[in-house]
Design a protein around this ligand. Structure first.
Ligand code: URA
Length: 187
């Protein structure tokens, strides 16, 4: 049943016209990896490589993400990776509030199907839709545990921010390790 719902959601997403991004997209980037994983990673929106391939985090930021995950005991293929916005905003623009709101029902439905125990929210756009609290800067909310329903959410910097400022790498690793410890402590 769960798999059937998931397959229906994939089909639904491919026909989605909830915002203007449907006009310029090549692919809807639904997510990849193992949706049954206890941990999901949620990023911002696909870039040009992701739009071309229909897969999340396959460019430079994705390579860094894979490295950070592996270094901290997670295989990219054994977690599920998706984005807040599933279609590429043209010209590398950041997703708008309207685009995030138009796409939120899809993310909420994805989460409702598999109910992951943990989410690592990558960057402020993911945090802005998953956290039920306003915040001024990522610094204020990273490395803490929040809740989205029964799912525990840890926020960290987006890998693209780490590419721009390599000093953030240690902080992201710290946050990934925090989720690892939470998972290890779980019954
Ligand atoms: N940045 C994101 O937030 N998501 C991707 O899939 C790629 C880059």
């Amino acid at each position: 049943m769960t798999q059937q719902l998931w397959d229906q959601l994939i089909e639904f997403s491919e026909r989605c016209r909830a915002c203007d991004l449907n006009k310029s997209r090549t692919h809807v980037v639904f997510g990849n990896g193992d949706p049954r994983s206890r941990i999901w990673l949620v990023g911002e929106a696909p870039g040009s490589n992701e739009d071309e391939q229909g897969l999340p985090f396959v460019g430079q930021a994705g390579n860094l993400l894979d490295k950070l995950l592996e270094r901290n005991g997670f295989k990219r293929t054994s977690v599920f990776v998706t984005n807040v916005v599933k279609c590429r905003p043209p010209n590398n623009a950041e997703p708008t509030d309207d685009q995030k709101m138009a796409c939120l029902p899809l993310l909420a439905a994805q989460l409702a199907v598999w109910k992951p125990k943990y989410i690592l929210a990558l960057g402020r756009h993911a945090a802005s839709v998953l956290l039920a609290r306003p915040f001024k800067s990522l610094k204020e909310i990273r490395g803490q545990v929040f809740e989205y329903g029964d799912t525990r959410v840890v926020v960290t910097y987006h890998p693209a921010a780490v590419l721009r400022n390599p000093r953030l790498e240690d902080i992201v690793e710290h946050d990934i390790q925090m989720i690892s410890r939470l998972m290890a402590g779980e019954k």
